[in-house]
Design a protein around this ligand. Structure first.
Ligand code: DAH
Length: 337
């Protein structure tokens, strides 16, 4: 008789219960009042030999409990599934979920806009390393050995040099790309070099240890300062608007002669005078010493060069008053572009 109980347990355990109906079928089959298999076995207790009765009774009770537990468990599973299905019903009247898309960083947008304007005038993009040597960053650009810009104050050195020249550094401007291009190509040369530059500056709302520049270079026979003025005026109109006011102010850079800085008039009613002049770039005619350093004949060729920051125009355009927000990657800032 113990075998019969054991066989019934195995049968009960193998039973599949997946619906409310199956729960009820299972209950009736094993525990039904009239003819459930377990109920029937209870009725047969008297037929069991007296010495086996105790063991049989215990075995049968255990099976009954296991069967009831199975019933409870199945009901529970079904109840939970039903509740879940209820909460997961699709509500077709809900608004759709907007997919999260990234956006182009405001500095990249500004850089691309600058590059696109110059591309209309036949400039193509050139590239150079951010880790530079002293020769490309300074010497070939006609910086004298004791020039203050080589000072530790401004330059972030990777490998310090002995006695002012030599050494490896993070480029302090995009001008070394001029040198690389002129070493590589023969005139006519017309390139733009957008990129990242580094300076050992005290970090504040207006300066950061890295920023971006776009360098321009045009070398050919008969290039004049008038060509440079024309181009930069066309750029300013395209970038800041047709009615932009700009001025060229004499300046100095070791690698250009003559040199100038370009300011644009920024209207602001809150300022005395209704606005102020803001410097946007440096430029000039490529110094003959620079052409000589890259083996281009300064008697035959002339050229102009210019270099502008990307952060300043981006800040003007978007009304940003702290340069540091560009580098913090705060999603609340970036989402706005
Ligand atoms: N390299 C200069 C700077 O970082 C900017 C500059 C000025 C670039 C005059 C030029 C140039 O090409 O002709 O301040």
């Amino acid at each position: 008789m113990l075998d019969v109980v054991e066989a019934l347990r195995r049968e009960m355990e193998a039973e599949r219960i997946a619906t409310e109906d199956e729960v009820e079928t299972f209950r009736i089959k094993y525990l039904g009042q009239k003819s459930g298999s377990i109920t029937n076995l209870f009725k047969k207790i008297r037929e069991v030999a007296p010495e086996d009765r105790r063991a049989f009774g215990q075995q049968l009770n255990a099976l009954k409990q296991a069967t009831e537990a199975r019933l409870d468990e199945s009901r529970d599973i079904l109840r939970r599934a039903a509740a879940e299905a209820e909460t997961q019903t699709i509500d077709l009247t809900l608004p759709g979920r907007r997919p999260l898309t990234g956006s182009v960083h405001p500095l990249t947008q500004t850089r691309d806009d600058i590059v696109r304007i110059f591309e209309r005038y036949g400039f193509s993009v050139a590239d150079g390393p951010e880790i530079e040597d002293d020769w490309h960053n300074f010497t070939a650009l006609n910086f004298p050995p004791d020039h203050p810009a080589r000072d530790m104050q401004d330059t972030l050195f990777v490998e310090a040099s002995e006695g002012g020249e030599g050494g490896v550094l993070l480029r302090t401007h995009t001008s070394p790309v001029q040198i690389r291009v002129m070493k590589d190509q023969a005139p006519p040369i017309r390139v733009l070099a957008p990129g990242r530059v580094y300076r050992n500056e005290t970090i504040s709302y207006k300066s950061y240890c890295l920023f971006h520049q776009v360098e321009g270079l045009y070398v050919d026979e008969g290039v004049t300062f008038a060509d440079l003025k024309y181009l930069l005026h066309a750029f300013a109109k395209a970038f800041f608007g047709e009615d932009v006011r700009m001025r060229f102010r004499p300046s100095f850079f070791p690698f250009t002669e003559p040199s100038a800085e370009v300011d644009i008039w920024w209207s602001d009613e809150n300022l005395p005078g209704g606005g102020r002049w803001l410097e946007i770039l440096g430029c000039g005619m490529v110094d003959p010493n620079v052409l000589k350093a890259v083996d281009i004949d300064p008697e035959k060729y002339t050229g102009y060069a210019f270099g502008m920051g990307v952060e300043r125009p981006a800040m003007l355009r978007y009304g940003i008053d702290d340069i540091r927000v560009f580098y913090e990657n705060d999603i609340r800032f970036l989402e706005q572009f």
